[in-house]
Ligand binder design. Structure first.
Ligand SMILES: Nc1ncnc2c1ncn2[C@@H]1O[C@H](COP(=O)(O)OP(=O)(O)OP(=O)(O)O)[C@@H](O)[C@H]1O
Ligand SMILES: [Mg+2]
Length: 291
């Protein structure tokens, strides 16, 4: 279900356009709407939740992929989600990001933003960034240019492919380069990076948009042990500044980063708690860990 490079690139560009409010020339009403939704600090987390799902259901041709799913995530939390293949983990992310519409249930960003009323690009512009499993960086461009492009707006691209970053943007880019361990590789062509470095670059591209919530689907799949360890440190550094939802099958990685773990099975939450707690749960052992 991973979209190809073109689709993801197009979405990223659309996201930039929506964030900037540029290029919405066909409908003044739409522009006004976008202007409202991305006001900084607008996500209302006074009730202690940045994301809230309640009794969500989705069927594909009668098959219940998501079946009464309820969960919530606190601001700044790093939540791990585990569960067997087909449990509905990726589908849950599809629902949160507007890619899939549930048949019923509630999905809220903060207390006030009903995500089911927003389209995919709008949800990204609200501050929900998503990392798919396959890295989708622009291979011909340098690391620096990839990060720069994550900030590109329609107007800037139209005027010239070489657009000038503001001082603040330059600072953010330098900070992101350091965060993703690529400060020494800024001029390197992205296609020449290792698989793990490409994954970090894509996370960096998401960070350029300063998302409030990051959804990461199997981020360490295919990484070396050292890359996996550095990714764990990266996520621990992002926690607090951002809220993160990480889906992974790699249990040692989960052990390094986890506080609260949610176990998904057959489209709903089977267990929730610390990794030790869920690993000791008989039902979890039966459906997942004991295989
Ligand atoms: N668009 C779709 N059409 C039909 N079935 C789908 C669709 N998307 C997901 N499914 C089905 O829904 C179920 C949940 O799939 P999903 O990809 O969410 O599982 P997952 O927990 O991410 O699994 P994995 O760990 O293997 O990535 C699977 O049985 C899958 O085949
Ligand atoms: Mg999946």
């Amino acid at each position: 279900m991973t979209p190809d490079l073109m689709e993801e690139g197009a979405l990223r560009l659309e996201r930039s356009l929506v964030t900037s409010g540029v290029g919405q020339t066909e409908s003044g009403g739409r522009e006004a709407g976008y202007g409202r939704v991305h006001t900084p600090g607008e996500v209302d987390t006074t009730h202690g939740r940045i994301l809230y799902l309640e009794d969500v259901h989705v069927s594909f041709d009668g098959f219940k992929a998501i079946n009464g799913l309820s969960l919530d995530i606190a601001p700044g939390e790093l939540r791990c989600v585990i569960g067997p293949n087909g449990a509905g983990k990726t589908t849950m992310m599809d629902i949160i990001t507007g890619k899939t519409r549930p048949d019923s249930g509630q999905v809220f960003f903060g207390s006030t933003i009903d995500l089911l009323r927003h389209r995919e690009a709008e949800i990204a512009a609200l501050g929900i960034g998503r990392k798919f499993q396959k890295p989708t960086v622009f291979e011909q461009l340098s690391v620096f240019e990839n990060l720069e492009l994550a900030l590109a707006t329609d107007k800037r691209v139209r005027h010239s492919m070489v657009f000038r970053l503001t001082g603040e943007e330059q600072d953010r880019l330098a900070e992101v380069l350091t965060t993703i361990h690529l400060a020494d590789h800024a001029a390197r062509q992205a296609g020449l990076l290792s698989h793990g470095q490409k994954q970090w670059l894509e996370i960096g591209m998401l960070l350029m948009q300063d998302p409030k919530l990051l959804l990461l689907d199997e981020p360490v799949a295919g990484m070396t042990d050292e890359e996996t360890e550095r990714t764990a440190q990266l996520f621990l550094a992002l926690k607090g500044k951002h809220s993160l939802m990480v889906v992974e099958h790699d249990m040692s990685f989960i052990r390094t980063i986890s506080e609260k773990v949610t176990v998904l099975c057959d489209g709903s939450v089977l267990a929730e708690g610390t990794l030790d707690e869920v690993q000791a749960d008989e039902r979890v052992i039966e459906v997942y860990l004991g295989r």
